[in-house]
Design a protein around this ligand. Structure first.
Ligand code: 76R
Length: 247
């Protein structure tokens, strides 16, 4: 048996993608819409405050295309916390005007392929990466992925040394995008249908295309990467959300 990579886990993640029921929203009384919007703004404020207490972080983005209209990406200490947020939101009037589009459950993960020495949990940089305050970048990109297990292309049958070598090359490509793209890798083995969620943030959305394209030529993605649907979006704040909902 090959040696499994050791992983460190941080905050749990819920990516909650929703569609707006525009027909119902249009048909609703103005008062109802105002109340629904108020409730939504209340939640946005509550979620924004969580990051100050270092109890988690939430990102809110509109989604381009027909897969969804917006996403709430929540990071919290426990699955109970995530479940409570989801349930509280579902009880709002505003949620009645939304339809689930897609969701993804995972946990922020760092692996030891590039690990240094010493107790990583004593390293503030590591802790900051496991419990990250999500950036207010202009754009988000999310997609789930697997490492392939088919025929002779089986990532999980490779030795630690072979995998480490490929992950080093992967990391070197990633580093070229430092300052342009922030990536958060969340592990989802045992939690959701794919093995990882990849969430990228950038002010210039073209950097997503350039980074993902460049990685396609790198062995670990070229030979072993299998990918799900891509979601790309624009940053929302409470004003932008109100404008989006304005009829
Ligand atoms: O943690 C580190 O920064 C060390 C190097 C590193 C690891 C271990 C790293 C760097 N990644 C790691 C692990 Mn990554 N990453 C992806 C994708 O689209 C694709 O082809 C793949 C999707 C992107 C875009 C990306 C970006 N990475 C992982 C893992 C877990 C692998 C495992 O355990 O088997 C996955 C699934 C994955 C996928 N990666 C980086 C980036 C970027 C931008 C970096 C550089 C980070 C930096 O140095 O700041």
């Amino acid at each position: 048996m090959s040696e499994a990579a050791q992983t460190l886990e941080g905050w749990y993640a819920l990516h909650d993608f929703r569609k707006l029921d525009w027909t119902a929203w249009r048909a609703a009384e103005e008062q109802t819409r105002a109340k629904a919007l108020d409730e939504l703004q209340g939640f946005l404020q509550q979620w924004a405050a969580v990051v100050q207490d270092k109890q988690g972080s939430t990102a809110v983005y509109s989604i381009i295309g027909q897969k969804a209209d917006f996403v709430f990406m929540h990071l919290r200490e426990t699955l109970e916390d995530l479940n409570a947020i989801e349930t509280a939101f579902n009880k709002t009037l505003f949620a009645q005007f939304t339809v689930p589009a897609y969701s993804y459950v995972s946990v922020v993960e760092l692996s030891n392929y590039m690990g240094g020495s010493g107790d990583p949990m004593e390293n503030p940089e590591v802790v900051a990466r496991l419990k990250p305050a999500l950036p207010k970048a202009n754009h988000i990109c999310f997609y789930p992925m697997n490492k392939r297990r088919s025929g002779s292309d089986n990532w999980y049958m490779l030795s630690m040394e072979e995998r480490r070598g490929m992950m080093r090359s992967h990391g070197m490509i990633g580093r070229k995008y430092a300052g342009k793209v922030k990536q958060i890798i969340t592990g989802s083995v045992g939690f959701d249908n794919w093995e990882w969620g990849v969430t990228l943030f950038a002010d210039d959305a073209l950097q997503f295309k350039k980074l993902v394209y460049e990685m396609r030529f790198d062995e670990v993605s070229a030979k072993y990467g299998d990918f799900g649907d891509f979601y790309v979006g624009n940053l929302l704040d409470s004003q932008k959300f109100a404008a989006l909902l304005q009829l």
